[in-house]
Design a protein around this ligand. Structure first.
Ligand code: NAI
Length: 326
């Protein structure tokens, strides 16, 4: 099957070429959006990632070019207008789980770095500065950690935090009996926010969760709390989070995702003027750590993404039931 593979990075090509058996993959470095649809001409399907935008217009234009498949090489599908895809008769497949541990462990890496300021210590030592001034952290042991969304990633994260000796509170639409047995306490969102020193977001971006963290919910956090977002940028109202940091209410912010990340992430902008004032403001806080959507970025996850995506495409081509249809 011939596929237009949008937003290609070198590592995508490495892992997909390694596992591809027989598909013709047309690697395209730019993202999929209204003006790049023509690049998919001659293909039967597109393979897309988190920041490719498949709105109703793009789907209509893909359909007009004769494409029949949207293969997401990620878990989240908030960037696809599913109704438009259904109406166009296009199949949508995804990789529901590639490595929940990769993302959960990255959330923990953000917590550890923000807390113990290892990034600052590393730079100090390189400059011959062995002072410990202002590097004070806190013990994680015994602290209360809130997990919003206890699906695959939230579950892995909760278990790691239990291992640190934390009290773990959780909020989800569904309770996971296994986590309750392990010692996690399910509570309302308000109870979680008011009691947790660290809150980590692991729910998907939906209409209900859009700006879940806003001025009101930020005010419910204890002063000095740490907020970690490795899920989707728009779970957080960025303007509200900047205000909370400026007012010294939110103590730390770790983010692997950002509301306006499409224009920035996965590209080198180091020689350009960055025009996004919000990210520049966030970059200026000493208690904010930003990574560019690298939670998933482990060898295990890249292998699984390539294998499952290629198998999804094979199932579609063979007319088999689509195990990972959205
Ligand atoms: P999952 O589907 O296994 O779990 C999501 C959980 O969130 C479910 O338990 C669901 O009931 C819960 N949920 C849904 N709406 C909720 C609400 N309103 N309030 C509280 N909980 C709610 O998904 P998984 O695999 O754990 O992934 C979670 C998210 O992580 C994805 O949606 C994606 O946005 C993000 N992600 C980020 C990556 C990265 O590289 N930073 C990589 C992979 C996923």
């Amino acid at each position: 099957m011939r596929l237009a593979f949008f937003s290609t990075q070198s590592y995508d090509r490495t892992y997909f070429d390694k596992y591809n058996e027989g598909h013709s993959i047309h690697y395209i470095p730019v993202g999929l959006q209204a003006d790049t649809v023509p690049l998919a001409a001659g293909c039967e399907g597109v393979c897309v990632f988190v920041n490719d935008r498949l709105d109703a217009g793009v789907i209509r234009d893909l359909k007009a070019l004769g494409l029949r498949l949207i293969a997401l090489r990620c878990a989240g599908f908030n960037n696809v207008d599913l109704e438009a895809a259904r109406a166009a008769g296009m199949a949508v497949v995804r990789v529901p789980a590639y490595s929940p541990h990769a993302v959960a462990e990255h959330a923990v890496a953000l917590i550890m770095a923000l807390n113990r300021k290892t990034h600052k210590a590393y730079n100090r030592i390189r400059e011959g500065n062995f002072s410990l001034e202002k590097l004070t952290g806190f013990d994680l042991y015994g602290k209360t950690v809130g997990v919003v969304g206890t699906g695959k990633i939230g579950e892995a994260f909760a278990k790691i935090m239990l291992g640190f000796g934390c009290r773990v509170l959780a909020h989800d639409l569904y309770l996971q009996p296994g986590l309750v047995a392990a010692g996690v306490e399910y509570v309302s969102l308000e109870a979680l926010l008011t009691q947790s020193l660290i809150v980590s977001l692991h729910c998907p971006l939906t209409e209900q969760t859009h700006h879940l963290i806003n001025a009101q919910t930020l005010a419910q956090l204890p002063a000095g709390a740490m907020l970690i977002n490795t899920s989707r940028g728009a779970l957080i109202d960025t303007a509200a989070v900047i205000r909370s940091l400026k007012h010294r209410h939110l103590g730390y912010l770790g983010m692997d995702v950002y509301e306006q990340e499409e224009k920035l992430f996965f590209k080198d902008h180091s020689e350009e003027l960055i025009e996004d004032d919000q990210i520049l403001r966030l970059m200026g806080f000493p208690n904010v750590m930003i990574t560019a959507h690298q939670g998933f970025f482990t060898e295990e996850a890249l292998t699984q993404i390539a294998r499952v995506t290629l198998d999804n495409i094979r199932q579609f081509e063979a007319g088999e039931p689509l195990k990972n249809a959205v």
